[in-house]
Design a protein around this ligand. Structure first.
Ligand SMILES: CC(C)(COP(=O)(O)OP(=O)(O)OC[C@H]1O[C@@H](n2cnc3c(N)ncnc32)[C@H](O)[C@@H]1OP(=O)(O)O)[C@@H](O)C(=O)NCCC(=O)NCCS
Length: 202
């Protein structure tokens, strides 16, 4: 199969969300998401303090997207038109059709299954439209919710990488997760019926 270009698919709609490419008008909402120490606790970057931090992040993302290594999405809540989360595929390796997944959800929206809903749509597009064959994720082992979320999507825990990240100035281990396209085809049968697209008859 010829590998398609690593470009954003059409915006992805789920019952409660739209997953679409990031734009500069999303930065105020993303500052709320990333401007919270509880949210960034296990993430390898500092809590955003200002719109300057947000703009610097967008400039880095735009450079990474232009280089073809990264696709950065935001997750907009359909009812409120608020951007509540961000997700990305990065470290794209065209030869192996592989990329790494990252995600962050604003604190007010935790515990409602919203990130799972967004990732079901994103992973499905990644394995179909983008024709990826493996998606990886690295998680601080103390980040129980993130590990549980990945397992519920069908990711396999593949081992601990010692001292891999420096988070908040301290070295920490990470747990490595992987999802193959075949794993996803199995998970999807269980998950997609719970997250039909709005126009879907299922
Ligand atoms: C990780 C994150 C995306 C989870 O999103 P969420 O929508 O709140 O996730 P959920 O509430 O659906 O929880 C996911 C799972 O973790 C479990 N969980 C949540 N908090 C937990 C906790 N403190 N202890 C144990 N399990 C927990 C839930 O029960 C659920 O498990 P289930 O699928 O078996 O029901 C969100 O917490 C977040 O953005 N955190 C900060 C950023 C981050 O850590 N990103 C990931 C970096 S690897």
């Amino acid at each position: 199969m010829t590998t398609p270009p690593f470009l954003h698919p059409e915006p992805l709609q789920t019952p409660r969300l739209v997953v679409r490419p990031v734009a500069d008008y999303d930065l105020a909402d993303l500052l709320v998401v990333n401007g919270n120490d509880e949210v960034t606790r296990y993430l390898p970057y500092a809590t955003w303090a200002s719109m300057e931090d947000a703009q610097a992040w967008l400039a880095r993302m735009q450079t990474a997207q232009t280089s073809g290594s990264t696709l950065q999405w935001v997750v907009e809540e359909t009812a409120s038109k608020t951007v509540i989360a961000a997700c990305l595929l990065f470290q794209y390796d065209a030869g192996s059709a592989r990329a790494e997944l990252g995600y962050v959800l604003g604190r007010p929206w935790w515990g409602q299954g919203l990130m799972r809903e967004a990732l079901v749509a994103l992973l499905d597009a990644a394995f179909t439209t983008l024709a990826l064959r493996r998606i990886e994720a690295e998680v601080d082992p103390r980040n129980v919710a993130s590990g549980a979320l990945l397992r519920s999507l069908g990711f396999a825990a593949e081992g601990i990488l010692r001292g891999r990240w420096v988070t908040k100035g301290r070295g920490c281990d990470v747990e490595s997760f992987g999802l193959l396209r075949d794993d996803w085809l199995l998970s999807k049968k269980k998950l997609l019926p719970h997250y039909p697209r709005p126009e879907s008859p299922i």
